[in-house]
Design a protein around this ligand. Sequence first.
Ligand code: MN
Length: 520
Amino acid sequence: MIIPVKKRIQIFDTTLRDGEQAPGASLTPEQKIILAGKLADLRVDVMEPGFPVSSPGDFAAVETISRNIQGVEICGFARAVKGDIDAAVRATRDAARRRIHLFISSSDIHLRHQLRMSRPEVVAVAREMTAYARQFCDVVEFTAMDAARTGIDDLIEMVEAVIEEGASIINLPDTVGYALPQEYGEMFRRVRLGARGGDKVIYSAHCHNDLGLAVANSLAAIEGGATQIEVTVNGVGERTGNCALEELVMALETRGDSIGAETGIVLDKLYDTSRMISGAMHFPIAFNKPVVGRNAFQHESGIHQDGLLKDRSTYEIMDPERLGIPRSMIILGKHSGRHALKDRAAKYGIALDSAELDALYESFKETADRQKAVSDDELLRMVSSTTGQQAQIYALGEVQVLAGSAPRRVAAVTVRHLQSGAETTQTSTGDGPLEAIIAAIGQGIAEDIRFDGLELHSLGSGGNAQAEAAVMVEWKDTKFRGTAIHHDIVMAAGIAYIAACNAALLSESEMPSPGSAVNS
Ligand code: MN
């Protein structure tokens, strides 16, 4: 039997260049340097950290990244203009491996209305600037901007010219997100077969998501012969953004046998990288975003929950733990069944007999009918009140947080240890009220549990708005998550933090939690 060899797809990350062009997403040079390290850990093959000529800060960021980030090729972005190329060459000078990436438009629309140049003029510039860049750098990537809207013969003419001058990577972008998968793939096939020297270069796709087709078009490009895909983390970028790194990688990971391609990305860093980029760019991730969205692995329907608890493969095509996402979090809501409830309680070390489960289920349904979701914290309180079982280690007592225009926010919090009845009141300050309450609670927890992040979402709007908080903590090298819903955003965060600490401490109390050490 012949085992087909999968094509290795090069992942070209442009989060720090095209991604940063998303409105409001700009990064400081210091942030870029930190994020570049994360992208290198994720093992992207090529990284485009900026547009050196565009600002002194971007130049400095590309220069520092070129000096310090190992194991990844660094790319300097440039218009097909000498000054841009000079800046890109200087900024990337100290990289162990580097390339210059220059671009000029190829479509009639751009030539006529933007460049105001004739086709022979544009081809001459492309040729001349490729030769110019090649004097300084062995690896030149050439982008025919708006390639997807360029006549195929015009495109082939330009590609032949730059290949002749030594460009070894040809990027054919769908700059405006207009192409359909079949025609985008076909463009690669025709250029690859039609251009003189076209069989000796690497082809690259760069897709925008205006019609929601960036990932589909990138996969079509792979079918058409592209072996490099330009992506951004979370799909950030101009307008609706670029092909999302995590979506493309997981499509190849999940369906690689059909596609015949694979990447070198370290999967279990995908989730953390996504969260970090989202935080640094202040760019929230939609709940229903594939792979990394809050709901990507949450199942509400009772039928789905039941199937999932019996065997994950019934309703999940990817294993969230492989992506570094805490074990599949089932949202408890009005569609949840007894099975899901019992399973969730068991994760906190609580065993319920059938009478207890019936009583809990009844009060759970009542709450679930009134609100969108039932948090772990509420569930544990229901367990306590319906069965008398002690389902919490710590509880929040009095909370007082001062928010407002004063420079520091102050929180005073009483934390109660339920078994011993011991109470401690702690005071702390922070730049914001959330920081203050988290610090105060942390002081009130005796065990050395590390706070590892907070996510807040708003549920509903107007008078009925509630905050949903999720807090991650780390305890003995394992991550735990607690959630809470409250009308007061600061209280939601505090209760979720306590719930996460309880999850961590309960995990070692009784029976090992089924399936995984990570509770939700
Ligand atoms: Mn772009």
